[in-house]
Write a protein that binds this ligand. Sequence first.
Ligand code: FAD
Length: 416
Amino acid sequence: MRFSGFRVIKEALTGYKGWGPLWRNPEPQPSYDYIIVGGGGHGLATAYHLAKVFGGKRIAVLERGWLGQGNIGRNTTIIRSNYLLPGNEPFYEFSMKLWENMEQEFNFNAMVSQRGILNLIHTDGQRDAYRRRGNAMRFAGADSELLDHEQVRAMYPWLNFENARFPIKGGLMQRRAGTARHDGVAWGYARGADLLGVDLIQNCEVTGFRIENGKVLGVETSRGYIGAGKVGVAVAGMSGKVMAKAGMRLPIETHVLQAFVSEGLKPFIDGVITFGAGHFYVSQSDKGGLVFGGDIDGYNSYAQRGNLPVIEDVAEGGMALMPAIGRARLLRAWGGIMDMSMDGSPIIDRTPIEGLYLNAGWCYGGFKATPASGYAFAHLLATDRPHETARFMRLDRFERGYVIDEKGVGAQPNLH
Ligand SMILES: Cc1cc2nc3c(=O)[nH]c(=O)nc-3n(C[C@H](O)[C@H](O)[C@H](O)COP(=O)(O)OP(=O)(O)OC[C@H]3O[C@@H](n4cnc5c(N)ncnc54)[C@H](O)[C@@H]3O)c2cc1C
């Protein structure tokens, strides 16, 4: 089943009888060459690239719930490549390039919208830091522009320019950044992988690993034992719990992050804006709702829901930046569980157990990474070598002292 404008018109005229399910619902086989644990964005993108680019066969994705129920369907949909460090920026720019071609590639509308992101500047020191970041982005082939106060005011005149505690002095703009429909990304990769023969097995929780002589032989699941040549774990917020079943303790803590959507309003924000003096980011969905978020809840939790103090904190950030938001009613709020690493950067690496690989530590920034993460993890699984752009994302970097500390705040998940 291929999607096209012509097909949409044909289906409309013939009573929508030709649409079928997006993927099969297969029973698990006794064994596979590759098992990917976790049917979120990263797991599905890994399976897709493994089959499509690296010629992998006999691949299964095992998901404990339904595809897309985790963070991939809970995030605030921002995609960007505005990082500073060489361990991060080339990877995120690689991801940005994959986003730009993704929908044509897997023939699914994921509503990728390059509407731009503006990081606001509030101090002279911050302007220097953002100028440096903008230059680092350009070195990696990304786009960046430094805007002054007047340029920002012309774009968003309703921001708080009068009597603000943190006056807006300008902004760092990445015009190729933007948003994408988060669950559409999961469905697109799922459908693409299914068409390439990948078995997507839902309601199949991995409960343990069978490991002999330091080598993984397969996984124990709620639907029985499944043998595997290689096992890649991409379970985001559950990374610590799942890898503990293989006897590993990760440099990761799990925290809750909440997202918020207001009632539908007339269009007035055409890009993504982030507050540089607090933690608040906002965009407007095609339905008119303001989609916004802020800090993690700051305590360890595996519950996919948050608490009121952070809602108040995010609302304060919003009011400081755009007082008009106080007139809008909040429609929905939800939470997801974040795999917060100790330097704020991810891990795509082998583990000390032969045949067992880890993709984790995405903190609250893994949505934008989905395409590159899947590609790089598939590269690692297929070739046993790290992808060029992910070579610094090592599990042992914390022991060896090669951390990728993007914000320079150390091993404090609540500060990343
Ligand atoms: C509120 C919120 C806002 C965010 N905003 C942004 C943003 O704007 N931009 C951005 O880049 N990132 C954002 N993120 C982060 C981003 O969503 C995550 O980093 C990313 O989605 C994590 O990767 P994933 O999609 O594979 O995770 P998930 O979708 O969580 O996938 C992991 C899957 O593993 C499954 N699983 C767990 N345990 C097992 C098991 N034992 N057996 C089988 N399956 C298992 C889970 O059910 C889940 O489906 C946000 C996250 C949240 C919660």
